[in-house]
Design a protein around this ligand. Structure first.
Ligand code: NAP
Ligand code: MG
Length: 495
């Protein structure tokens, strides 16, 4: 393997700024561009070609052609698809510095986190590369003396719409299972973070994917995203983002051609801390559950439920740890928290903090914007939070921890489930009965015991209730990209 040195470089050159259609970088049909900002400074970073309906039409046409019978992609051995995906993973590894730098510049996350995300993306590609020639159906003893077999077939052209919080990682979660299944792809990255997806697109060409298999159309949700959602030749849309837009996409997809939809949406996930924990360890896990990626994580454990006997000590230690959290330049080695994604998000978070104060929660630390430029918010903790407060109910998507007191396990299970979301949950305890009772009762797609945010390529991830439809990652993650076909053979009745 390669010996890699990962280098932070705030002057990373931005090479790929055009749409990627049919293995070429092209201008938008309209000639329009849009600006992506550097959230650390709030200043323009790059001008990127802006796709709208006409470009989405071209991209879908290319993806449809690449999926036709007799095409290089359709005729390719499944094992060869696996080799291409592994080649892409190798190339991402070779280009890790460039991708991580683009991520920091475009999104604002600290370099070490960007580096970690890209490693997770590589792992995801490698995991699904191994699946390509293992996706198969059954032989079934059907009634009527017949022989039935099922096969798993790629669903066709898929539209994929992703958010800005984990730009490269989201690309891998979307592309890897779709490619493993044999689909072709049109992806719209978030308007705030189009750069790393375009860079990854260039690597797919270098890896040798045939023209039209992967297309990337940066642009806005209401135009490019919508055009993809209602396109009659798109068979399925995979979306990650807000519950509000997820609902709209499900409606529009149904109204157009009833295309299939998978949704990975928001959350207001509970992390329960029982009284038997090692306090320092629990404080740190709960801290990272909220503040990782500046709170911009769909599964963030933003409702920290702490048992009453350890509540005051837990709050005091959490405040001590959070005050030490270094905010600032995401390229600096010791920075743990960079800027929020944009001014709108910063304002929204500050509004929630104002509401927390107004509704009677106790502000323990933070609570303000940070610095004079860019979109920073101080890491913030509220104690004395009650379940009915807005900060305990709505997704803030920022660095705000709500510490909530509870007495018994039964009580906290009921309160943890009192939300329209159900993406993730966690419990910290040494008592196996408590841990498993909670894990079985909580309505969430992922339950983490004595850890949090433990997402791996091998394990399914997705939401109960209004946190989504379907699962990504693991074997389950292939399901949204395949159709099951039954082939039944009538056998002769005698002999
Ligand atoms: P969003 O509006 O749901 O955007 C996610 C993606 O959907 C973006 O690519 C967006 O395009 C696109 N989109 C928007 N409107 C669309 C439409 N009508 N049809 C098709 N695609 C459309 O999320 P956001 O504005 O980035 O963030 C808003 C809130 O969503 C956050 O504060 C947070 O609560 C939640 N969120 C959740 C996750 C998650 O991982 N579950 C991730 C990000 C945000 P644009 O790029 O033009 O917006
Ligand atoms: Mg940006």
């Amino acid at each position: 393997m390669f010996q890699l040195t990962i280098m932070a470089n705030p002057n990373q050159e931005i090479i790929y700024k055009k749409l990627f259609i049919n293995n070429e970088f092209v201008d938008a049909q309209s000639g329009k561009t849009f600006v992506t900002l550097n959230p650390q400074t709030g200043k323009p970073l790059a001008e990127v070609a802006e796709a709208d309906k006409a470009d989405v039409d071209l991209a879908v046409k290319a993806a449809k052609k690449a999926f036709e019978r007799g095409s290089a992609w359709r005729d390719m051995d499944a094992s060869q698809r696996g080799r291409l995906i592994n080649k892409l993973a190798d190339l991402i590894e070779q280009h890790k510095s460039a991708l991580a730098n683009l991520e920091v510049l475009d999104n604002g996350k600290p370099f070490a986190e960007a580096d970690f995300d890209i490693q997770c993306a590589i792992d995801t590609f490698r995991y699904y590369a191994g699946w390509c020639d293992k996706i198969h159906g059954n032989t079934i003893p059907a009634d009527g003396g017949s022989l039935a077999i099922t096969s798993k077939e790629p669903i066709g052209v898929v539209g994929q719409i992703i958010p800005w919080n984990y730009p490269t990682l989201m690309v891998s979660w979307k592309w890897a299972p779709a490619l493993a299944a044999g689909c072709t792809i049109v992806l719209k990255p978030a308007e705030q973070t189009p750069l790393s997806a375009l860079y990854a697109a260039a690597l797919t060409k270098q890896a040798g994917f045939p023209s039209g298999v992967i297309n990337v159309v940066p642009g806005f949700g209401e135009t490019a995203g919508h055009a993809l959602v209602i396109h009659p030749d798109v068979r399925k849309v995979a979306f990650t983002g807000s519950t509000e837009i997820g609902r709209l996409i499900a409606e529009n997809a149904a109204k157009s051609n009833l295309k299939k939809v998978s949704l990975e949406l928001g959350g207001k996930s509970p992390l329960v801390v029982m009284q038997d924990v090692d306090l320092d360890e629990a404080v740190e896990i709960a801290h990272n559950a909220v503040f990782a990626n500046h709170g911009q994580c769909c599964c963030a454990g933003t409702r920290t439920f702490v048992q009453e006997t350890i509540y005051d000590a837990f709050v005091a230690k959490s405040v001590e740890l959070t005050r030490k959290r270094k905010v600032g330049n995401p390229f600096a080695d010791d920075t743990l928290q960079g800027p929020q994604i944009d001014a709108e998000s910063q304002q929204k978070i500050l509004k929630y903090i104002e509401l927390g104060n107004k509704q009677g929660a106790k502000l323990e630390c933070g609570g303000n914007k940070w610095g004079n430029e860019g979109f920073f918010v101080e890491p913030t903790i509220f104690s004395n939070v009650t379940d009915n407060m807005t900060i305990a109910q709505e997704e803030i998507f920022g660095p705000v921890q709500s510490v909530i007191k509870f007495k018994t396990l039964d009580e906290v299970i009921e309160r943890a489930n009192k939300t329209s979301y159900g993406l993730a949950a966690g419990i910290l305890t040494k008592n196996i009965d408590w841990a498993l009772t909670f894990a079985r009762a909580v309505e969430a797609g992922s339950v983490w015991i004595n850890c949090y945010d433990a997402v791996t390529p091998q394990t399914p991830f997705g939401g109960y209730k209004q946190s989504g439809h379907g699962r990504e990652l693991g074997e389950d993650g292939l399901e949204p990209y395949t159709e099951t076909k039954t082939i039944l053979v009538k056998l002769p009745t005698k002999n």
